[in-house]
Every structure is written in C-alpha cells, then in structure tokens.
Design a protein around this ligand. Structure first.
Ligand code: F6P
Length: 496
C-alpha cells in the first residue's frame, strides 16, 4: 500500500508537470519540426491504428504521458481485474465479463454461451420458424447488441430484429401493427429483470402475444427466478452471472438478438476478437496497446487539457452507433465524484461523450467545433475497406475524415477573420483496415479496458452507478403521486 501511494505521489507530480507545461504547443509547428511525428505518435494493433499525432503534445510531454501506466502500477491493477479481485467495492463485486468471451472459461460459462449461440443460430437460419424478433432492453441491455447488429448485419437473417428501449407508445403500437404474434419472438434483456421501461413493454408484449407468448419468449438475465415468475419457460431463460455489469453485458446472452441478426458464427468471431484484446491487455498493459493509448488520450484531453467533452465521430457508417454505445460505457463507468476511498476527486473525471455519423455531423455541429469559442476534442473513426461495393463512397468518407482532421489541427490563418479557423483542436484518428467481426470485438473490448485504465489513473470505481439508481428510486415515488392526481401544467410548475 505504501508503495502504491508513493507511486501515486510520483504520478501526481508528473501530472502537475504535464499541466504546468501546458500552454499546449502548436500542432502545425510540431509537424514542421518532426517529420516522423505520424509514425511516432501512433499505435497499430490487430488491424487498428490510433493516430494521436494531431494532438497538441510534444515529445517530452508525450514521454511523460506514456510513462503513466508504469507510475500508477497499471500491470498489477490489470492482474487484479483478471484475477477476479473486488474492483467494484461499493457492490462487493469483481468484473469478470472477460470470461464471457474467453475460450478458457469455466464449463458453466461455456454452456451458457452454447445455449445462446444455438438460439441465435435457430433464429438467424429461420429454423425457429419466426419472421420477427423484438428485443426489449435499455442501457447496456440495448446499446451494445444494437451496435453490433447494425455494424455487422449482412442482410442474411431470416428474422427482422426490432429494438425497443425507451417507453414510446406510438412506436410500440406501430411495430405491433406490422407483426403476427404467431410468427414473432421476443427477447426480454434485463440483468435485473426489474427495469421499468423493459418490464412495462415486456408486459404489453405478453398481453399482445397471448397464447403465443410462452413458446415465443426468451429472457437474457442474471435474475432467473424473476424471469420464470414472469412466465418465461425455464429452458427459455438464458442466464448470465451477476458480476456482469449492464454496460459490459453485450458478451453474455444479452447479445442473443444481435446473434440472431448477424448469425452465430459472426457473433463467435466478435467474441474471439474481444478475447484477443483481453490477452493483449494482460500481456502488455502499456502504451503499445490500443486500449491503454485510448485511455491515455482521454486522460490527456480531460485532465491535462481540461476539456470537458469527447466527440466520437464515425466515418465508417457501420459504426454510426459507436458514440451512443461509448456514451454509456464511458459516462456511466467514469461519471464519479469520489475516489475509491470515498474522498472527493481533486481533478475532473468523465467528459461528456457524444457522437454520430461523420458527414451528418459536418452539416450540423462542425461549424461550432471549428470556429466556436470552446475547444472540443474529437475521435474520428473510419475504415479503409468497403464491404458493399461502393468503393468511391468509402474513399469519400476517408477523404472527409482526413480533411476534417487537418482542418481541426492546422486551422486556417489567412483571409478575413470570419474565414479563419484557430486550429490546434485536438483530434485522434482511429482507423481499421476492415471492420470484420473480430476487429469490432477487439475495438469494443479495448474501449472497456481503456475505461479500466482511466479508473486506475483516477482511482475511481468504474463498475457502479449509484446516481442512476437514485433517479429510478425517485421516479417510482413520483409516479405514484402522479397517478393519484389529475395532471395539469400549473400543478407541475416547480414540482420538487
Ligand atoms: O439490464 P437492466 O437490469 O434492465 O438494466 C438496464 C440498464 O440500467 C442501468 O442499470 C442504469 O442505466 C445500466 O447499467 C443497465 O445497463
């Protein structure tokens, strides 16, 4: 412990030096002075490249940043994570979601995986006899599987998969009008099997499906008893362990609807890619790793440059939902105000993460990002290969990505003031050779590990979410009060 706190004092000193050095250098100057900057300020791993050369960071600062994993003793912290130590002290839980994708998992985990993949295969191939599958889930029980289904869909599934998360009566009714209960399946994905939005829609589906509900419904959950009590056949319950955090549950049976969309073999490739990221993290938790570099980059944006946002901009259209997925993963995990010993944080924690499709955002928010008075760092994500025969469209996407990266970093310094761009706006560029299932699995697991790296740097619990729980508790009480009262706008003014 003494060793750890000595290391932490040393780490704090490095952070202080980084910050104090920090009237950030001009990226354009750095490129002029250092022709090898692109190669030196990038990391390549498993078909991905993270290029952080357009971030205002000179070589001495970069060397300090890259040394942080050693200074905070990241390696023993990673060992503790993989060994199943309690990394979520407020709920006395380990975080072993890596076991959900590893080949060396326990027989119980492998049996759960086989059950899930077998169902995904029956649905995808049409052997289940269904035309439609409705996935009901929210937060981690929605964002990961929906991203994977969207990214890896090859239009070859026998079922159309529909995703229901927020309570939206109009959307729900519209969907039901297109469906035949005898040919529709429903997956109720909820770790707790008690989330209001999910259970309300599950109940409505149960009523609508009537006699077909029993044969056509499945539950992905860590709460088997509740699922059975709800009316799911015990053999239709796809269980997963309680130590699986909601936002880390894509790899569990929560992924079954994504599997139904993309097929079990692609889903297995996704898991295999994620397992490669786990092995890489265990082998070398240092700056040679994509995960660690992503963590260090976010740390630099947030703590050293004191920038409160992070935009995740997809120039690979298959990754349109990456920003939404990362919003939960990063913000629910790192959105904390106290450290592991319950002391208030002296430095800021999580950035506000948002995202969307690159060229759509170019026509909406990019004006403000280029010329507005605040600086907002970005991560631009693309890929080199096209999988749908529109080679030129893919090249156009890449050209836009590189043009935006140049404009943000270089700026424009001639012409009238209203034509000028200040530049020096920090941009990371993340490129895949090709977005295969393995590459996506590797990327998502790497982001999970990046979040862990940040939690070690910032000494916070990345696996609880008490703020969200408080909102749920209050909403339950308020709902009761609203139900007893006739609603009017006047009565709701100042409701406290
Ligand atoms: O899977 P459940 O239990 O329905 O929870 C849904 C989501 O709610 C949260 O607990 C809070 O948003 C997430 O962590 C989780 O992914």
């Amino acid at each position: 412990m003494a060793l750890l706190s000595a290391a932490r004092d040393d780490y704090k000193e490095v952070c202080r030096v980084l910050r104090e050095n920090n009237s950030p250098p001009e990226v354009a100057d750095l490129f002029r002075r250092d022709p090898d900057r692109g190669a030196a300020f990038s990391v390549l791993q498993q078909g991905w490249m993270l290029d952080y050369s357009r971030i205002p960071l000179d070589r001495p600062q970069r060397d300090l940043l890259l040394d942080l994993p050693r200074r905070v003793q990241l390696r023993p912290a990673v060992d503790r994570l993989f060994d199943g130590a309690i990394v979520n002290p407020s709920e006395a839980q380990p975080a072993l979601h890596m076991q959900l994708r590893g080949q060396d998992a326990s027989p119980e985990r492998l049996a759960e995986r086989r059950q899930m993949l077998a169902l995904a295969d029956r649905l995808h191939s049409g052997r289940a006899g269904l035309t439609d599958l409705v996935h009901i889930g929210i937060g981690g029980s929605d964002l990961g599987p929906r991203l994977v289904a969207d990214a890896l869909d090859e239009d070859d599934s026998a079922v159309r998969v529909h995703w229901l998360s927020t309570l939206d009566g109009r959307r729900f009714e519209r969907l039901l009008r297109q469906l035949d209960p005898a040919r529709t399946g429903v997956v109720i994905a909820s770790k707790s099997f008690s989330t209001e939005e999910t259970m309300t829609q599950a109940e409505a589906m149960r009523v609508w499906m009537g006699k077909d509900f029993e044969a056509g419904s499945w539950a992905s959950t860590a709460n088997v008893d509740r699922a059975v009590a709800f009316g799911i056949r015990p053999e239709h319950v796809l269980p997963f362990p309680v130590w699986t955090g909601g936002r880390y549950s894509l790899w569990s049976s929560v992924g079954v609807s994504a599997g139904a969309q993309i097929g079990s073999s692609r889903f297995e490739e996704l898991l295999a890619g994620a397992a490669v990221a786990d092995q890489a993290m265990q082998r070398a938790p240092d700056a040679s790793s994509l995960a660690v570099m992503l963590g260090l980059m976010i740390h630099y944006f947030r703590r050293e440059l004191a920038l409160p946002t992070l935009g995740v901009v997809a120039y690979e259209p298959r990754l349109a939902l990456l920003g939404d997925y990362l919003q939960q993963l990063v913000m629910e995990s790192l959105g904390k105000g106290v450290d592991l010993t319950d002391q208030p944080l002296a430095q800021p924690s999580v950035p506000l993460v948002y995202g969307g499709r690159g060229t759509d955002l170019q026509h909406s928010i990019f004006q403000a990002l280029h010329q507005g008075t605040d600086t907002h760092p970005l991560l631009l994500v693309g890929s080199l290969a096209d999988s749908h025969g529109h080679v030129e469209w893919q090249q156009a996407q890449l050209a836009h990505l590189l043009a935006q990266a140049a404009a943000f970093a270089r700026g424009r310094h001639d012409g009238a003031p209203h034509r000028r761009l200040p530049g020096n706006r920090p941009v990371g560029v993340l490129l895949a050779e090709r977005l295969t299932p393995e590459a996506l699995g590797f990327l998502l697991a790497s982001f999970e590990h990046a979040v862990y790296v940040l939690s070690v740097l910032w000494q916070i619990n990345a696996y609880d979410q008490w703020g969200v729980e408080e909102g749920k508790r209050l909403a339950a009480g308020i709902r009761q009060r609203l139900a007893n009262d006739a609603l009017s706008l006047e009565k709701l003014a100042g409701f406290f």
